[in-house]
Design a protein around this ligand. Structure first.
Ligand code: CTP
Ligand code: CA
Length: 228
């Protein structure tokens, strides 16, 4: 499903989108993961392609059909996702971090399956993962590139969103409210697009393609001039 604006206003642009959720392995059969379906990131990819962009889609554990024409890079963990995004961002006009990146990973990986014994289990020690959005926002591998983050919050959505936008240093932050049943895995989404320039663009509940097109509408005016 591709809807709305299909003007080729992203023609000649390279856009990098991360989608899905990372999985941090504990042993060969177990991981720490999250409920991200990848649907919003894939909707961003399809709509960007419809608007003429070249799209690199860094896909973490997504069970969705590849959007026709996208360059899909499958990844598993946050560290792999960072590597793929940093590589693709080198010549990107815009980077959109729609993926749910695990904040932490287990310190140790057990090469063999962890076995149950009569003793109580040990706690799982964790270490921080790299923050890809903060890194890309700080480094801007290509001058003038536009960086977009996503945030799902459970309360004080706008206040948390504003603080997160400032902390990450991105240009736009798409914030939505989530709960047990809201948003994760659903086909629709409702959000507010916060701009580093202080703007707030509410996007009413609708298909994820509509939110994606609303994001591109905000990205287009921020893009650097096309190379002559
Ligand atoms: N993100 C990232 N790398 C991480 C964690 C998050 O690039 N290690 C990106 C996500 O892709 C998203 C944005 O940062 O675009 C916000 O993610 P979120 O989890 O809401 O932010 P955190 O800084 O991890 O804060 P929180 O404590 O709320 O999880
Ligand atoms: Ca997080």
């Amino acid at each position: 499903l591709v809807r709305g604006n299909q003007e080729p206003d992203l023609a000649g642009r390279h856009i990098v989108i991360s989608a899905g959720g990372t999985r941090e392995p504990l042993d060969p059969v177990r991981f720490l993961g999250n409920r991200s379906s990848g649907k919003q990131g894939y909707a961003l990819a399809r709509t960007a392609l419809a608007r003429g962009a070249r799209v690199t889609l860094v896909a973490a554990n997504v069970g969705l059909a590849d959007p026709a024409g996208a360059d899909v890079v499958p990844v598993g963990t946050a560290v792999e996702l960072r590597e793929a995004v940093v590589k693709a961002a080198a010549d990107a006009d815009c980077v959109v971090m729609a993926a749910a990146v695990a904040d932490f990973r287990p310190v140790a990986y057990a090469g063999g399956k962890i076995k149950k014994t009569d003793a109580e289990p040990d706690p799982i020690a964790l270490v921080k993962n790299p923050d890809v959005l903060a890194e890309i926002s700080r480094e801007r591998p290509r001058p003038g590139q536009v960086v977009v983050g996503f945030a799902a919050e459970t309360d004080d959505v706008l206040a948390h969103g504003r603080a997160k936008l400032a902390r990450k240093g991105c240009d736009l932050l798409v914030v939505n409210e989530v709960g047990e049943t809201r948003t994760f895995g659903a086909d629709g989404n409702e959000a507010v697009v916060l701009g580093a320039d202080g703007t707030e663009t509410p996007v009413p509940f609708g298909p994820k393609e509509d939110l994606a097109d609303a994001v591109w509408d905000r990205v287009v005016p921020l893009l650097p001039p096309r190379a002559a």
